[in-house]
Design a protein around this ligand. Structure first.
Ligand SMILES: *Cc1c(COP(=O)(O)O)cnc(C)c1O
Length: 356
């Protein structure tokens, strides 16, 4: 979280804009929260360049709930006779999870699976085994655990597939420009780059809002949420308010282009330090390396605990890699300044000198 946002949320917590109440105490139907919601929606649309034919929805349940919400909303009117179909590009553990959950709702086909190459790379889209009859194609544009990111999205219509692309962009939303013209549905839990846990943003192209399965709960149906301006039921008001502060902060930083340029410098700084050392390594195909989540290994696994302990003493926190991958992971989200990455690099070089 940007420090400015945390301080502002703290000072507003009991008295928002002189109203004598904090956002957590407001009626979600009152004028004050109405202002917050409208301003946040307008800023999200402006900063992310969301086209007018997309609805922006504030939902709950996080990314994992969306692994069910997306198929329930898109598989109600299958193109072909028989079970509705969903094709998946599995480029890491999150897209794998999404493909498993979707099996409850339709006929799932894995069009590409990076598991055989330990999720180090992704094949060219022309080599994916996509089905003509599929009702949508899902991918995760930034694999948070594996550190694999799409630098550009596939153009399904150019591949001859007439189906919407569904993108889980939870861990790199607002870090780079978004190719909306290739997307049908995008979703992101807020807690990586947009604010606190508890609110999920869904971006739904309006022609896709009438495809829900009959079993889809009303509170998770895009059409219902859109018709009620994300207030079908009580939305996570405080989380939305903080997302609004994050978007104000993004604007103050110069918007998406400036943030993306900064993220590029941050990522290059860290990858150069890793590649320039024989002690640290990251073996993801260079073209697929994530700018947000940088996993790396030490030459000697036995030094992991010492690395983490000394890093903590140096004020460098949360560097332990996911248990499924091991090693380290630096998640250098938007709010992490370049100075933070430089401090990590300096620490890594010092640690290498001591131990290599
Ligand atoms: C963190 C994350 C999720 C999980 O979100 P929850 O809010 O914990 O359900 C889903 N997808 C990606 C890519 C993530 O990074």
């Amino acid at each position: 979280m940007p420090l400015e946002v945390l301080l502002r949320a703290g000072s507003d917590v009991a008295n928002w804009h002189g109203t004598g109440m904090g956002v957590m105490e407001m009626s979600h139907r009152g004028a004050a929260f109405g202002d917050i919601l409208e301003r946040t929606l307008a800023d999200v649309r402006e900063v992310l360049g969301v086209p007018a034919n997309f609805d922006i929805l504030f939902m709950q349940g996080g990314g994992l709930a969306h692994n069910a919400i997306a198929p329930m909303n898109l598989l109600g009117k299958p193109k072909a006779i028989g079970a509705p179909k969903a094709d998946f590009v599995v480029s890491g553990s999150w897209s794998h999870k999404s493909s498993v959950e979707a099996q409850r709702y339709g006929d799932v086909h894995v069009a590409f699976n990076g598991k055989s190459t330990q999720f180090k790379t992704v094949a060219d889209a022309t080599d994916w085994q996509l089905r003509q009859q599929t009702d949508y194609v899902h991918l995760c544009s930034n694999e948070t655990i594996d550190g694999v990111e799409f630098s550009t999205l596939p153009d399904l219509s150019a591949l001859g597939i007439d189906a919407p692309l569904v993108v889980d962009c939870s861990s790199h939303i607002a870090s780079r420009s978004i190719e909306w013209h290739k997307i049908g549905l995008a979703f992101a839990g807020a807690q990586k780059n947009l604010g606190p846990a508890g609110v999920t943003l869904a971006f739904v192209r309006q022609d896709l809002t009438d495809r829900a399965m009959a079993i889809c709960p009303s509170a998770f149906e895009y059409k219902t949420i859109a018709a009620n301006n994300s207030m079908f039921n009580t939305p996570p008001t405080n989380a939305i308010y903080i997302v609004g502060l994050v978007f104000e902060w993004l604007k103050s930083q110069g918007g998406l282009a400036a943030i993306e340029a900064n993220n590029l410098v941050k990522a290059n700084t860290l990858y150069q330090a890793i590649d320039g050392s024989s002690f640290y390594s990251n073996d993801i195909d260079v073209a697929w390396r994530s700018r947000m989540n940088v996993p790396f290994k030490l030459a000697t696994e036995a030094l992991n605990d010492a690395f983490l302990a000394q890093a903590k003493t140096a004020g460098l926190l949360q560097l332990k890699g996911h248990k499924s991958v091991g090693g380290m992971r630096a998640s250098i989200y938007n709010a992490m300044p370049l100075a933070g990455v430089q401090a990590l690099v300096a620490f890594m070089q010092q640690f290498e000198q001591q131990h290599a």
